[in-house]
Structure formats: structure tokens, C-alpha cells
Design a protein around this ligand. Structure first.
Ligand SMILES: Cc1cc2nc3c(=O)[nH]c(=O)nc-3n(C[C@H](O)[C@H](O)[C@H](O)COP(=O)(O)OP(=O)(O)OC[C@H]3O[C@@H](n4cnc5c(N)ncnc54)[C@H](O)[C@@H]3O)c2cc1C
Ligand code: FES
Length: 279
């Protein structure tokens, strides 16, 4: 049945991996694209990256941060999402470049995986840096181990890999190899610092932006970002852009514009469902 959850597994606290039945998306999607989903008829529409494709289904990884993502994380195998629109956005611009650096943080690691697989298929050498708060938040490690030519892990608390942040890993890679192009996907603040580092190193870097989105088709204006001084809609012009040209401070301000409403909505949700720390 369309949009049925075929498989669900836990990757980290409050991070779940889903396989969703949907032939159309499986047939058409390409690395870098996303969907907009609603958990139920009265639910909010949220964008989520297509993390992998199978014969009649696709994969998505969801991190619970607010009402809708928690609702999704609480759904179970055989539940059906009320609707899924996609594939949306432009695919990643993938070709043979030579040495490519891939930087992933948090749930952004799931967005990076299909890009990494496609780059590998094109014969690129992959220098991968994955970062997380601590060991348990570095997701999909086994999958990256299979395709990475170099793999560096950084954790904020030093519980795994190098104690530090992903930009420390970027320095390590750049000291040893001549990198042609990089991708960085993760929290906005992480992508901002990766882009500043890339600019300092004279390196082209793609980032996958995650502004608030509503329709995902260029009509509502919610996902407006400024890139190279020009107004862009991340849903139709992106989601990937040259990170050295993004107005990061504007994006960070726009991401926090509904914080009070988001906190209120989450508080009310928690009052109705109870404690969510078990997720
Ligand atoms: C193109 C795209 C692809 C994405 N892919 C994924 C994915 O594969 N997996 C995943 O878990 N999330 C992904 N996101 C982020 C996801 O859409 C948001 O976390 C979600 O919309 C939050 O909804 P909510 O109702 O749960 O929380 P809200 O109540 O809307 O927000 C709760 C908290 O999350 C923050 N937040 C809200 N929207 C975003 C956002 N777009 N990005 C980052 N933080 C946000 C808010 O500032 C607030 O602190 C993607 C976003 C975009 C634009
Ligand atoms: S989400 Fe509405 S214009 Fe992009």
C-alpha cells in the first residue's frame, strides 16, 4: 500500500530509519532530492531527504526535534503516512572529480549517504568526515565504511574518533590530499563553519540547506535564502548551493523565527502523549 511503513529501526536516540512503500518515488528520485510528508491528515507538512532507494520503496531517516518529527518517530511498521510528495528539489551535481571530501553531521549523515554512493559509482575517491555529539549519534557508520577511501570520525566529547569538530577533520584531510570538491550536510551552524573553512582553503563546497519549508514547490516563499546576494528558494533552486556564497546569518535568524510557536506546540504534544525520552 502506498506510503506504508515497511520497515522501521532505531539508529540513535530519537533518530529512526524508515523504509516507505512508494513506487513513483522509487522510480524517479535521484541523490540530493527530498520529499514533503504528512504523518496524518491533520499533520504539518515537513521536508525529509530521500536517503536511499529500493525497488518499490524509499528510505528516510527522521530525527525527533519537534511535534511532527516526534509524531513520525512514534509511527510503527504497517502504519501509513497520510501523504508524501516528491521527489522535490534538484539532484546533486555528480560527476567524476577525483578526490572528494564529504562532511556529515547528525542526521545530515543520512542526506550525505546517497550522494556518497553516487560519487563512488562515478569513480571518485571519498574522504569522509562524520561528526556527532558522542559515539551513539554517529549514524550509518557501517554503510560509510564500505564506500569511504578515508574515514575520519569526530565527536564533541571524544567518546569516539577524534575529540573535536568536523572542521578539524577537514584540516587533516586537506593536509594529506588534494581535494577537488566537497559536500557538507548537517546542522546549519556546522555547514556555516565548514563553508568558512572551505573558503579559507580555496575549496568549492556544496551544502544542502534546510530552511523551513511548507509547499516545497516554490510558491509559499517560506524557504527563501540569499545566495551570492540573490534571492533563492531552497526547494526549487536547491536544496544544494555553493556554501561559500550563502548568507548564513540570515538563514540562522529565519530558522529561529517561529521558536516560541514550535516550543508551545511541542509542550502541548508532550502533555498529550507523555514523556518522550524513551524514543
Ligand atoms: C530539504 C530538507 C531536508 C530535510 N531532511 C531531513 C531529514 O532527512 N531528516 C530529518 O530528521 N530532518 C530533515 N529536515 C529537517 C526537518 O524538516 C525539520 O526537522 C522538521 O521540519 C521539524 O518539524 P517539527 O514539527 O518536528 O519541529 P518544529 O516544531 O518545526 O521545530 C522544532 C525545532 O527544530 C528546528 N527546525 C525546524 N525546522 C527545521 C529545519 N528545516 N532544519 C533544522 N531545524 C529545524 C526548529 O528551529 C526548532 O528548534 C530537512 C529539512 C529540509 C529543508
Ligand atoms: S517551501 Fe514554499 S517556496 Fe520553498
Amino acid at each position: 500500500m502506498k506510503n506504508r511503513i515497511i520497515k522501521k529501526s532505531r539508529l540513535a536516540p530519537q533518530v529512526y530509519d524508515f523504509v516507505i512503500e512508494n513506487e513513483q518515488i522509487a522510480a524517479k528520485a535521484r541523490p540530493g532530492q527530498f520529499i514533503v510528508a504528512r504523518a496524518h491528515e491533520k499533520g504539518e507538512r515537513i521536508p525529509l531527504t530521500i536517503a536511499d532507494l529500493y525497488k518499490d520503496s524509499f528510505r528516510m531517516v527522521v530525527r525527533g526535534v519537534g511535534k511532527t518529527t516526534y509524531e513520525l518517530c512514534m509511527m510503527n511498521e504497517n502504519d501509513v503516512l497520510s501523504d508524501v510528495t516528491g521527489p522535490l528539489g534538484n539532484p546533486s551535481e555528480i560527476a567524476y572529480f577525483g578526490n572528494v571530501m564529504l562532511v556529515g553531521g547528525g542526521v545530515g549523515i543520512a542526506t550525505l549517504l546517497p550522494i556518497a554512493k553516487e560519487l563512488k559509482k562515478h569513480g571518485n575517491k571519498l574522504h569522509v568526515i562524520l561528526g556527532g555529539r558522542s559515539k551513539e549519534y554517529v549514524i550509518m557508520l557501517d554503510e560509510f565504511e564500505k564506500i569511504a577511501d578515508e574515514l575520519i570520525i569526530t565527536t564533541d566529547d571524544g567518546s569516539f574518533g577524534i575529540k573535536g569538530v568536523v572542521t578539524d577533520g577537514m584540516d587533516l584531510v586537506m593536509n594529506k590530499s588534494k581535494i577537488e570538491v566537497a559536500w557538507a550536510v548537517g546542522p546549519t551552524i556546522m555547514m556555516k563553519f565548514c563553508s568558512l573553512k572551505a573558503k579559507e582553503l580555496g575549496l568549492k563546497i556544496w551544502v544542502s540547506l534546510n530552511p523551513i519549508m511548507v509547499d516545497g514547490t516554490g510558491m509559499c516563499g517560506a524557504c527563501r535564502v540569499t545566495v551570492d546576494g540573490q534571492l533563492k528558494f531552497a526547494c526549487v533552486d536547491g536544496p544544494e548551493f555553493d556554501g561559500t556564497k550563502v548568507d548564513w546569518d540570515e538563514l540562522l535568524v529565519r530558522l529561529s523565527q517561529y521558536r516560541d510557536e514550535e516550543e508551545l506546540s511541542l509542550r502541548k504534544f508532550k502533555e498529550s502523549v507523555g514523556d518522550l525520552s524513551w524514543l
